[in-house]
Design a protein around this ligand. Structure first.
Ligand code: GLT
Ligand code: MN
Ligand code: MN
Length: 388
């Protein structure tokens, strides 16, 4: 056990589809053998220190499985969980893979497809609850369009709201206690995706019937694909008390959906993300929604999974080191100029405070001349990261 060995207390999780990814891409066939859910759980057991596993309904039970087949698969999965002491943390619905969802699920133009999608989500929730999942993710994989001629986007949003309101009631009625986590993605697989960023969902949630049980599941790669600062998206979720789950991975800016090992592409961003999560004591699951390179074999998939967690734990240590660093502290003292009296003025509006503020004189030149040694601060940050 090294100081960077994870334990289940770290709440690191992997989806069946992550370490189980066989290396298929839009241009090429699988490069690894397909593993059964039980085999994937055993692999995670071999990785060590993993808290739990997540699944889509059909990662566990194929959509066309007979009852006997489903029973066998679920039984083997259950036995593997017992063997490895892994928990099921999160469950979700595959509402994107089947041709029936070619025009969306909850936002499809076909009322029957919409009803089928809600039914499939209900059954997925039943399956997740059976294994004790506490978070239910909604990634609107096909919710969107190629042409705005196809759908009124306001109507589409209303359909999505209706589905979620219904599913919230279903969870309440069944006593499942789920927290719903909505996951945004900007530009794949539809030509235009509805709810492309975490911010869109944060604006949408207060319009629901049960906003308290719905939060977000931001994913590193998804905000980076759009050229956005992921740490800021997570900060908005934290500030709104809506960070119910998180998908950690990595992504080169501007590229296709890469789902790389956490921290492998943008170490500095990964550092500030971990620092944010740790500084704000995020206590939820940390799911590595990533997969190994297409070139990886089984042994390398294990290295991939260990790498995700190890990088997180190293960055957690680096964040603590940064917070305790004397030079960082001194630089921060120089850059942050608190002023209780002036802050109090704008704290809560009153006519007299407004009058006082209007009457104040500010020396713009003096304020503009105060030093802000951010170059030094950023270089010190990099040196801590580089271990110098
Ligand atoms: C799919 C997607 C992910 C989502 C998963 C949940 S499936 O791999 O790219 O980002 O989190 O449906
Ligand atoms: Mn992704
Ligand atoms: Mn994801």
């Amino acid at each position: 056990m090294s100081e960077f060995s994870p334990t289940p207390k770290d709440k690191f999780t992997f989806g069946l589809w992550t370490v189980g990814n066989p290396g298929r891409d839009p241009f090429g066939k699988p490069t690894r053998g397909v593993m059964s859910p039980a085999e994937i759980v055993d692999l995670l057991g071999e990785v060590g220190g993993v808290h739990g596993v997540n699944f889509h309904d059909n990662d566990l039970v194929p959509i066309d499985a007979s009852e006997a087949e489903a029973g066998r698969i679920v039984g083997e999965f259950e036995a593997a969980l017992k063997r490895t002491k892994l928990k099921v943390a999160m469950a979700t619905t595959d509402l994107f893979g089947e041709p029936v969802f070619r025009d969306g699920a909850f936002t499809s133009n076909d009322a029957e497809v919409r009803a089928y999608a809600v039914q499939k989500a209900m059954r997925g929730m039943d399956l997740g609850a059976r294994f004790g999942a506490s978070v239910y993710v909604f990634w609107g994989g096909r919710e969107g369009c190629e042409s705005d001629a196809a759908k009124d986007p306001v109507e589409a949003e209303a359909r999505f709201r209706r589905a979620l309101d219904f599913l919230c009631e279903y969870s309440i009625e069944r006593g499942y206690g789920y927290k719903f986590a909505l996951e945004a993605k900007p530009n794949e697989p539809r030509g235009h995706m509805f709810f492309p960023t975490t911010g869109h969902y944060l604006a949408f949630i207060p319009t629901l019937k049960h906003p308290g049980m719905v939060g977000v599941n931001p994913e590193v790669a998804h905000e980076h694909m759009a050229g956005l600062n992921f740490t800021h998206a997570v900060a908005s979720a934290l500030a709104a008390d809506k960070l119910f789950h998180i998908d950690l991975n990595d992504q080169e800016f501007g590229r296709y959906d890469q789902d790389f090992r956490f921290g492998s592409a943008n170490l500095k961003h990964a550092f500030f993300l971990v620092k944010l999560l740790e500084d704000h004591k995020y206590a939820g699951f940390k799911h590595f929604d990533a997969h190994a390179y297409r070139t990886a074999d089984r042994a390398d998939v294990i290295e991939f999974a260990r790498g995700c967690m190890r990088t997180y734990l190293i960055l957690r240590k680096k964040a603590a080191q940064w917070n305790a660093d004397a030079e960082v502290k001194a630089l921060l003292r120089q850059c942050h100029r608190p002023g209780k009296d002036v802050d109090a003025l704008t704290e809560k509006f009153s006519r007299s405070k407004a009058e006082t503020l209007l009457g104040m004189g500010f020396d713009r030149a003096k304020l503009a001349g105060r030093p802000l040694p951010y170059e030094r601060l950023d270089q010190r940050t990099l040196e801590i990261l580089m271990g110098v």
